[in-house]
Design a protein around this ligand. Structure first.
Ligand SMILES: [Zn+2]
Length: 427
């Protein structure tokens, strides 16, 4: 399977299974690299990275984003299906299944223009210097800016890790949703005191003279929205430290973040099927695709497909969105780019892969003998549903693609080969 990501903003590069999104300005070598999803069960980090990729514009300097580093573990909603990826940056076994990804992200970190690295996590509890019980204590990780050491040995921009983390912490703490969400700086003093962290991504960066920090929001926050809120708040503070000038197309508050998180965007398959994922049913059957080499293009950076037991499971991050049961077809190469549809008695040209809105009724007016199959409509003895006037009440709700039973598939075939699918949406 081939995965492609269509992003309105920024350039997306797929290298060795890693999706790297670059938002660049020609005037600068200063680059912030944000890495989400090293741990698959920490969605605050990867949903924040994805929003950064799709809802932020960078006006000066550069922002690089890897929204979902450990994609298989994200789909499984597990820390690491092949073990902890964040313990593989010092040595990695030859046959380790994460080897390719780890080596690629190392290369990206070491790119000369990368000036600062953020590794995003959701950690247990709320870090406090004093022990205040099982949730608030020195062993907790939540709500921290993590550094491996106070500063880098050589003098360089952003090398004063502690000063930067303290600045970020102070500014984040001015905007808390609740008082006990306060951020702290956690210095793991990796070189001397933390053997495990010596194997981590940030320590790899730091030992290669790249300023690096982890942002840990708390797993104990009450919602994904709150985790994403704090991740974005902290990332913005790092951008301010780096003098990266940005705007976002929403207000940074729980209500608007929650709305963005629920928007799963679209999935386009083989450039002949378009599905709106935000309101899609849990499973759809008889999806006309090829038996192999299907092309899945998501508008959402966290979109991915897993083939399991002959079905295709569609994910946005760790959220299972829908299951597509395929019916395999060959694709026709001689189909029109537009179809003629009479929508509410008005002739309209509809692009071959799109949604169209209907108030009362519609009629497909296909002239060249393409067979029309409206899924959820049936009339005895009729094989080609071209030229029939159809209303919402003619449709069997069982076959709608959306939960409200308002959207239905209109499929076009060239004899036994599939052309493309339109979706009719009754208002
Ligand atoms: Zn983590």
């Amino acid at each position: 399977m081939k995965f492609l990501f269509l992003l309105l903003l920024g350039i997306s590069t797929l290298f060795a299974n890693i999706n790297l999104i670059k938002k660049e300005n020609p005037d600068s070598n200063t680059t912030l690299l944000v890495i989400g999803g090293i741990h698959g069960n920490e969605p605050g980090g990867y949903f924040a990275a994805s929003i950064l990729a799709t809802h932020y514009t960078i006006h000066s300097k550069n922002l690089w984003i890897v929204p979902n580093l450990n994609k298989p573990s994200i789909m499984a909603n597990k820390r690491g299906i092949h073990g902890d990826m964040n313990r593989k940056f010092s040595v990695i076994k030859k046959n380790d299944k994460d080897k390719k990804i780890v080596e690629t992200i190392k290369k990206i970190i070491l790119e000369p223009q990368v000036s600062l690295v953020l590794n995003l996590h959701d950690g247990h509890g709320f870090y406090r210097k004093e022990n205040q019980g099982s949730i608030f204590n020195p062993n907790a990780w939540g709500q921290t800016c993590v550094i491996d050491q106070c500063k880098l040995p050589t003098k360089q921009p952003f090398g004063d890790l502690n000063i930067i983390a303290e600045t970020v912490k102070q500014n984040v703490n001015k905007k808390l949703l609740k008082k006990h969400h306060s951020f702290n700086v956690k210095n793991t003093k990796t070189k001397y005191e933390d053997e495990a962290m010596r194997l981590s991504l940030t320590y790899f960066a730091v030992t290669n003279n790249k300023p690096a920090f982890a942002i840990e929001t708390s797993k104990n926050l009450s919602s994904l929205t709150q985790k994403v809120f704090y991740q974005l708040l902290a990332i913005e503070e790092y951008m301010k430290v780096m003098d990266i000038n940005f705007t976002r197309d929403f207000n940074l508050n729980e209500k608007e973040i929650s709305k963005i998180i629920k928007n799963y965007g679209t999935l386009e398959i083989n450039h002949n099927i378009l599905l709106n994922l935000s309101n899609i049913k849990k499973s759809l059957s008889y999806i006309p695709i090829k038996s192999k080499d299907n092309d899945f293009t998501f508008s959402h950076p966290l979109g991915s497909v897993q083939k399991k037991g002959g079905k295709y499971i569609v994910y946005i991050g760790n959220k299972k969105i829908t299951t597509l049961k395929p019916q395999y077809f060959k694709l026709s190469k001689c189909c029109p780019e537009n179809y003629v549809v009479e929508i509410d008695k008005k002739i309209t040209f509809v692009p071959k892969v799109s949604y169209f809105n209907v108030n009362d009724d519609f009629k497909i007016v296909s002239e060249n003998g393409y067979r029309v199959n409206i899924i959820g409509f049936s009339k005895k003895g009729v094989k080609n549903e071209n030229g029939l006037t159809i209303r919402l009440k003619d449709m069997n709700k069982k076959y709608s693609i959306d939960k409200e039973a308002k959207s239905y598939r209109v499929e076009f075939y060239d004899k036994d080969k599939f052309c493309s699918m339109l979706v009719v949406h009754f208002k």
